[in-house]
Design a binder for this molecule. Sequence first.
Ligand code: ARG
Length: 289
Amino acid sequence: MDRPHFLMTDPAAFDVSYRINPWMRPEAWSPALAAQARAGSRALKAALQAAGAHVETIGAVQGLPDLVFPANAAVVLDGRVLLARFRHPERRGEEAVFRAAFENLRARGLVDDLVELPEGLFHEGAGDAIWDADRRLFWCGFGPRSSREAVDVVGATFGQDTLALELVSDRFYHLDTCFCPLAGGKLLYYPAAFTAEAQATIRARIPATDRIEASDKEAAAFCVNAVNLDARVIMARAPDSLRRKLAAQGYALIQVDLDPFILSGGAAYCMTLRLDRASRPRTARTVAA
Ligand code: ARG
């Protein structure tokens, strides 16, 4: 089996210096948090590697603190990369940096082609388009960041089914803050982040026995923003209640201290971007390490 490949970003230029979501409080930032962020990023990388993954790391760029969230850079499936367009001017400078990074990955054979989003649409990458490997479709968030019309672009770009889910809360502004499909078909999610219609879409597709609801406290600890590799779920420090819930369903929780990133409104899932997702189990795709 292929090794999972992830993209991460060196956190050397990370801070909280502007406010584009309610978690971000620039006044709470301190140099001590910068050191804690570097340690947290290293620990996350180590947890991924310990789970058998390979991690590519791109360099930090001064003035682009949120570059540490590569999940927002693109949607990637079957070697195709749909480049993001950010809603907020504060993050638009990241687009060229991520594009150059993907061109480099393409030159190395880690991805195959780069696709542009049509003008006038916003889409914040894998933060708002989550591949469900068990159901073979994209769950797509829209509202606070990504445009509704961009959901159809995701479907057409990858030739896959999509299910659009409208997000209602400015605290859970990307789908990945409140929705995490787990290997084997379970779903960890935070219902209050969704419109009634979106909740109905989720319930229609996923039976109650497969839905694991996160509490307010678990969601606010950014525990739904998790990386799942088989039975392992890697996430920010979690309330005990969640460890018990996941254990009861056969998943092992791996916790990393990501508090400085939570102050920016992100955690484990959005600090990574999975590069090797395939719509069908692969026979052989060789990737240069
Ligand atoms: N400060 C960043 C923003 O507001 C955090 C992004 C976190 N990414 C995510 N997919 N949840 O854009």
